[in-house]
Design a protein around this ligand. Structure first.
Ligand SMILES: NC(=O)c1ccc[n+]([C@@H]2O[C@H](COP(=O)([O-])OP(=O)(O)OC[C@H]3O[C@@H](n4cnc5c(N)ncnc54)[C@H](O)[C@@H]3O)[C@@H](O)[C@H]2O)c1
Length: 270
């Protein structure tokens, strides 16, 4: 059911690769709620992915941008404002990649140039998106910027590897830039810490199926799906959450507050 929550709003949605991507679901919901937006992803992902299908379904233009390139980000904002007819009301950062995880390296075998790339792609890119937006005044008052995070920023999940550090930096940038941009232009900046979700990035983590199953058994409400995440993101893009900023918001069925669940006790009973 749609509520027209984003009627008249303009935005940018990054990170939709295929129909499993969390951003894919957010784009469909944003369209349903009346927003107009552009879609963006790394040039290679746009060539290989299925994003054109999504662009057609959302009547949205696709703009290639490597999230580590300040030049690409500036073009992304300028083109989006041209296409959509003015400054923006929301930006989704749904970007994550660790070359160390992708190459299956243990935590004691990380390559440091790849560690830096993980942090650049997955975290500093949020700072770049915010800094460029401020410099060219691309966001309207009360615009909402949302980035997706994971609880490995606070707790240790061994195979999440250097992505844990990347998420910690991402959440910290949301707080620091949120303070600045809030004062300057009432722009909100938040991260959503989402349950394990079966996507390309998610399933790239070693042991993902166990993460998924464990989190599901620990969470009173069960894991949150990508579609449910999309619903939550829409509320943050909407005017109903105008005083929510600088938060890391858990969207995880209660996982983050649990110690142990009956389900896990049953499972582990000798
Ligand atoms: N899947 C999960 O379990 C889970 C849980 C919590 C948070 N998240 C986060 O959600 C976000 C979206 O991931 P997803 O799970 O939908 O997987 P996904 O693989 O569908 O999306 C990740 C996206 O990042 C893009 N990307 C990678 N490098 C880029 C670059 N240099 N420039 C621009 N884009 C680039 C990819 O092309 C892809 O579209 C990520 O930040 C991820 O860490 C995922």
């Amino acid at each position: 059911m749609a509520y027209n929550l984003l009627k008249g709003k303009r935005g940018i949605i990054s990170g939709a690769l295929d129909e499993n991507s969390i951003a894919w679901h957010i784009a469909l919901k944003a369209k349903e709620e009346g927003a107009v937006f552009t879609l963006t992803n790394a040039p290679v992902a746009l060539r290989m992915g299925k994003v054109k299908e999504l662009a057609t379904a959302c009547n949205a233009e696709l703009i290639p941008a490597d999230a580590t390139s300040v030049e690409d980000i500036e073009k992304l904002y300028r083109q989006s404002m041209d296409i959509l007819g003015g400054p923006l009301d929301f930006v989704l950062h749904s970007i994550g990649m660790s070359p160390n995880v992708r190459k299956g390296r243990d935590y004691n075998e990380l390559k440091y140039d790849d560690f830096l790339k993980s942090i650049d792609i997955s975290a500093i890119s949020l700072h770049k998106m915010l800094q460029v937006a401020e410099q060219i005044d691309a966001l309207n008052e009360y615009a909402s910027v949302v980035a997706l995070s994971y609880i490995a920023a606070q707790r240790t999940f061994n195979t999440y590897s250097d992505m844990a550090q990347a998420k910690a930096v991402l959440e910290s940038i949301a707080r620091s830039y949120g303070a600045r941009y809030g004062k300057l232009k009432k722009v909100r900046v938040n991260t959503i810490s989402q349950s394990p979700t079966k996507t390309t990035a998610g399933t790239g983590i070693d042991g993902f199926d166990v993460f998924y199953d464990y989190a599901d058994r620990m969470s009173p409400l069960g894991n949150a799906t990508a579609e449910e995440c999309a619903d939550y993101v829409i509320t943050l893009f909407s005017d109903l959450t105008r005083k929510v900023t600088m938060q890391n918001l858990f969207h995880d069925g209660g996982f983050s507050t649990m110690g142990i669940s009956d389900d896990i006790i049953e499972k582990l009973k000798p």
